[in-house]
Write a new protein. Structure first.
Ligand SMILES: [Zn+2]
Length: 542
């Protein structure tokens, strides 16, 4: 070290993709470019004021007096497998920029943790491997992941510090990334010597059980907090896993990072894993199907309108297992719409965003005051042609594949046509702030449904999506949102109740309906005989 030391320089890069290997929509270069392959100050401009992981890495400059140089970052909507060409182009440029800008004191990687490419089933590990090869063994690398990461020993082994969001819905992305950067800075300064231990359990956590405020995650996160409070533990993580990636690393994992003490890290990771494993019976949840959920919601909305609270009928039974709807109703007040979560077409999990399962059922059952949002560029063009105030009959939805219902014939009047830009300064899932839904049409149908049609695929994580299109969410009786956990921060603000719905699709809750070829076996709950610790398993690789 020279007497006058230059400020610590950290390179920032990332490719963030949650890969649903059952989706027919490939993540090709256009898929990433459509969301933005951002370089240098474009990254600052897009994410600097957000609450995302990238924002947390950038905040390290002010928090720790270091220089963070954003190199390349791309986030794309969850979808099918990343094409070989997209992976090589993007990761090739990341590595090139890291090499060209070096030497670095450290590197910060914002990854998802559940990325799969055509060539690399563990695409995140391949990113880490290449970056490690570029900077050499001695440069600290910090990596932050989404809580849906399928963490693998290979991913962790290439990093110095790995972190994972600790909330689902994800409201702490910025905070966790900043923590990761802080540990990297302390490592560079020689203040700490991180050692990591990863413990995978042979289990997949169903999506309807992933909300961190509700059991079993509430207790698992309490264990995580306890570990983080142990002396000598620098940080720790629980990765819930992403069950629709048919790859070997798919499943739940536990990570502890200790200061120089390998045994402490290993003990902490194993303790969390063992405690979670004991709760595995709670990893499975059953929620009502479309007709049952809609009938229940219709009654609940009627009761809410008359101020009677939730209906005391048999229909209330299926929702109770969903996620304690009674307590949520109290939080939001009794008068708002009932929000149905379209579990099988979860846009934030790789759903196509055009499932008509709930719309078709709502029409068939004569449900009034129903709203859904469909990704349907052709329908938007038809509405554009009709113009605001125009009446139109058309088929909507179900254009991506044959697994999310059939196109539904509707007749209606075009209420608004908008550009689809919207901004949400409130905390959103993942911390996103700026949204582009593309040309957007609102259609009021003759049978009292409101359909928001979009040109681009956007997860329903902001109410501004409705208000920017001229729709007041409080004016509806029932809103269908294509997500499970991620819409909650937004929709809980208006919902009288939230009901999860067991709809079919590429993000369906019941994993037994998927044909897996590459995942580990046995894996709970698909193979209930799975045991942990796994017999004959080697000691943790990292
Ligand atoms: Zn996630």
């Amino acid at each position: 070290m020279s007497a006058i030391s230059a400020p610590i320089r950290l390179g920032l890069a990332g490719i963030s993709h949650e890969t649903n290997t059952f989706s027919v929509v490939p993540a090709d270069l256009a898929w990433f470019a459509d969301e933005g392959i951002l370089r240098g100050d474009e990254i600052r401009a897009t994410y600097g004021t957000s609450l995302t992981d990238v924002a947390g890495f950038l905040a390290a400059e002010e928090a720790f007096g270091v220089v963070v140089e954003p190199l390349l970052f791309t986030y794309a909507n969850p979808s099918g497998t990343i094409t070989a060409a997209a992976f090589e182009t993007i990761v090739g440029e990341i590595v090139e920029r890291i090499r060209a800008g070096g030497p670095w004191d450290g590197v910060l990687l914002a990854l998802h943790g559940a990325a799969v490419s055509e060539v690399y089933p563990d695409a995140d590990a391949e990113v880490v491997r290449r970056v490690r090869a570029a900077v050499g063994p001695d440069v600290p690398i910090g990596m932050t992941n989404d809580m849906h990461a399928n963490l693998s020993p290979q991913m962790v082994a290439g990093t110095t510090v790995t972190t994972v969001y600790r909330t689902n819905p994800h409201l702490d992305a910025r905070e966790v990334a900043l923590e990761c950067a802080g540990l990297i800075v302390r490592t560079i300064k020689g203040e700490v010597r991180p050692v990591q231990a990863l413990e995978q359990i042979p289990a997949a956590l169903e999506i309807v059980r992933q909300q961190t405020a509700v059991s079993p995650m509430r207790e698992i996160c309490a264990d995580l907090d306890a570990v983080r409070g142990r002396p000598g533990i620098l940080t720790a993580s629980v990765a819930e896993g992403y069950p629709w990636s048919d790859v070997e690393k798919m499943g739940m994992a536990f990570l502890a990072v200790a200061d120089g003490d390998e045994a402490a890290a290993r003990d902490a990771a194993r303790w969390m894993a063992g405690r979670a494993w004991e709760r595995r019976a709670e990893f499975v949840g059953r929620v009502p199907k479309a007709d049952e959920a809609l009938r229940y919601a219709d009654q609940a909305a009627a009761a809410a309108a008359t101020g009677e609270g939730a209906p005391a009928t048999e229909a209330a039974a299926p929702a109770t297992e969903a996620a304690a709807p009674a307590t949520e109703a109290a939080a939001a007040g009794p008068s708002g719409p009932v929000v149905l979560m379209d579990v099988g077409d979860n846009i934030g999990g790789g759903g196509p965003g055009d499932s008509t399962i709930l719309l078709e059922a709502a029409q068939r059952l004569g449900i009034r005051g129903f709203l859904c949002i469909l990704f349907d560029p052709a329908a938007v063009r038809a509405c554009d042609a009709a113009g605001v105030g125009g009446t139109i009959a058309l088929d909507v939805g179900a254009h991506t594949d044959g697994r999310h219902g059939r196109p539904v014939r509707v007749t209606g009047r075009v209420r608004t046509l908008t550009d689809g830009h919207f901004e949400d300064p409130e905390p959103t899932h993942g911390g996103f702030r700026f949204f582009e839904a593309g040309r957007t049409a609102v259609l009021d149908t003759t049978n009292d449904a409101t359909i928001i049609l979009t040109t681009r695929l956007v997860a329903p994580i902001s109410l501004a999506q409705l208000t920017a299109a001229g729709v007041d969410p409080r004016s509806l009786r029932i809103i269908a949102a294509k997500g499970v956990v991620s819409p909650r921060p937004a929709y809980e603000r208006v919902a009288s109740e939230i009901v999860l719905v067991d709809t079919p699709g590429v993000t369906a809750n019941d994993l037994a309906g998927f044909h897996y070829r590459h995942r580990r076996r046995p894996l709970f709950p698909l193979e209930p005989e799975a045991v942990y610790p796994v017999p004959g398993a080697a000691a943790p690789a990292v």
